[in-house]
Design a protein around this ligand. Structure first.
Ligand SMILES: Cc1ncc(COP(=O)(O)O)c(C=O)c1O
Ligand SMILES: N[C@@H](CCOP(=O)(O)O)C(=O)O
Length: 471
């Protein structure tokens, strides 16, 4: 199966090439040329399978045999053996027909591990089979970075450079990135916002000379393989609530739009999804865009759900590509307008198409804190602030269709954000045992100005791929 760029100008490539490329050379994002389909019988059969078993089928369909089966099954098995829960991504009921899908049982306590544990193994496998090296660059608002560092640390084929916004991630998130003592890992604190980190990341990929010289690869959700791995848990959750015999709704705490896009992909593959709800914090560009049709970047406000403090939501481009009937020229125009003026207008027909598939809502800081407190008081369940944004928005939507099970993706463990959780609920969640000494570990990071050149210089100086050495 070939993968095409959302901007229509890069050559179509297979899964393995898309995995290594990250961003397409025309600046766009890869998507498969067509969506693989599962019948109702196949989906019903998932009920009898383990998480890894379902992953083998879903990832197998989306990679179309490019990674040979025994190797893929082995990598999937190893990836999910790192999770602390036997179900990998368990469902917990917190109210009538309202569930949270706990995606935080991996090594770094956020949903990013679900994809990153597999992505690290896939990349290592492909690079080793080619005798190649790569320089991985990631931009993070806190969770992608720690998950990537955990997945790639110590690997001989890669160097990892993670850009995070200086002073805008939680202390636990920062320490998860800065206390890893591996020579191939570099935590870079950028003097800017997450959007600045992501803009520099894209700038590095769009500098083709630098990209080729350093053999750049990406681990953000601009990398199609990330989305592929995230599709799996929509199937496992829906099937355990009765799909395909009844539809299930999802609400997703959203920033870069990768996690919810995976739900849309599951739906396109045949999963009966009633509603896909986008939940944002006060950085609500997506909720505003769905309401008005105008996608307009404003300043980013720091919140208690910092991983969602995002305005330029990279995977929304993939949805626009679908909504515009896969017209790469139209997407190029929208993205040019975004780059020039910080905004674009979605035309009437694509906007209607988006509204048919998605709803959107926002949760203010006060609403999020109240949601944490009330869910703790009523259900004895401690939400992290990102998940609380999701459940606050989901409760409003659920009232309109209470008979359909509503699943909120729980994207992080509350212990990643202990200050916000304690302030809201009076309860300070402890870190799990494997991270209990996190606050005693020495930190190592480099502060860099918000300047692409400065990042290029740092990466060129520290990447082993450029020197051809494995030292
Ligand atoms: C804890 C948490 N929740 C939600 C999100 C938003 O997910 P996405 O960027 O895929 O929309 C993120 C960041 O990606 C996150 O780290
Ligand atoms: N919230 C994310 C932002 C990057 O998202 P990604 O899914 O595109 O990697 C983070 O925690 O870094």
């Amino acid at each position: 199966m070939l993968h095409v760029s959302t901007r229509g100008e890069a050559p179509a490539i297979g899964f393995t090439e898309a995995l290594l490329a990250g961003l397409a050379r025309d600046g766009g994002l890869y998507v498969p040329q067509s969506w693989p389909q599962f019948t109702s019988e196949t989906i019903a059969g998932f009920a009898a399978r383990s998480y890894a078993g379902v992953a083998e089928q879903v990832v197998g369909a989306l990679t179309d045999g490019e990674i040979e089966h025994p190797a893929l099954a082995g990598m999937i098995g190893d990836a999910y053996a790192t999770f602390r829960h036997p179900a990998v991504c368990p469902l917990v009921q917190i109210d009538d027909n309202l569930f949270v899908l706990e995606l935080f049982h991996g090594p770094t306590l956020a949903f990013k591990d679900v994809a990153m544990q597999l992505l690290g193994r896939l990349m290592d496998h492909v690079l080793k089979s080619r005798g190649a090296r790569a320089t991985i660059i990631g931009a993070t608002s806190g969770d992608t970075g720690s998950a990537a560092i955990e997945a790639f640390r110590g690997l001989s084929q890669v160097d990892v450079f993670i850009l995070y916004p200086h002073g805008r991630v939680s202390e636990v998130q920062r320490r998860q990135m800065t206390t890893v003592d591996a020579p191939n890992v570099h935590a870079l604190a950028l003097e800017g916002t997450f959007d600045d980190c992501q803009a520099i990341l894209k700038g590095l990929f769009n500098n083709h000379r630098f990209r080729d010289e350093l053999k750049l690869s990406g681990v953000n959700s601009i990398n199609w393989a990330r989305i592929v791995a995230q599709v799996v848990y929509y199937f496992t959750a829906a099937v355990s609530l009765g799909a395909p015999h009844r539809p299930v709704s999802f609400t997703v705490p959203t920033g870069n739009f990768g996690d919810i896009l995976a739900g849309y992909v599951a739906k396109r593959m045949g999963l009966p999804v009633a509603r896909l709800g986008i939940a944002t914090n006060t950085n609500d560009i997506l909720a505003r865009a769905l309401a008005s049709g105008r996608y307009e970047v404003t300043g980013v406000a720091p919140t208690t759900s910092p991983s969602m403090d995002i305005q330029v939501s990279s995977n929304f481009e993939r949805l626009l590509f679908e909504a515009y009937g896969r017209d790469g020229a139209a997407v190029r125009q929208l993205m040019a307008s975004l780059a020039q003026s910080g905004s674009f207008d979605i035309a009437a027909a694509p906007l209607a198409a988006i509204r048919r598939e998605f709803t959107a809502g926002r949760s203010t800081e006060a609403e999020t804190a109240r949601e944490i407190d009330e869910t703790w008081t009523r259900a004895g369940y401690l939400l992290d602030p990102h998940t609380a944004v999701g459940t606050a928005v989901a409760r409003r939507a659920h009232v309109e269709d209470p008979a359909t099970p509503m699943v909120v993706l729980s994207t992080a463990h509350p212990a990643k954000f202990p200050d916000a959780v304690e302030k809201a609920s009076g309860v300070r969640p402890p870190l799990p045992a494997h991270l209990a000494d996190l606050h005693d570990r020495p930190e190592r990071f480099t502060v860099l100005p918000n300047d692409q050149r400065a990042v290029e210089t740092f990466v060129r100086t520290h990447a082993r791929a450029v020197r051809g050495a494995a030292a």
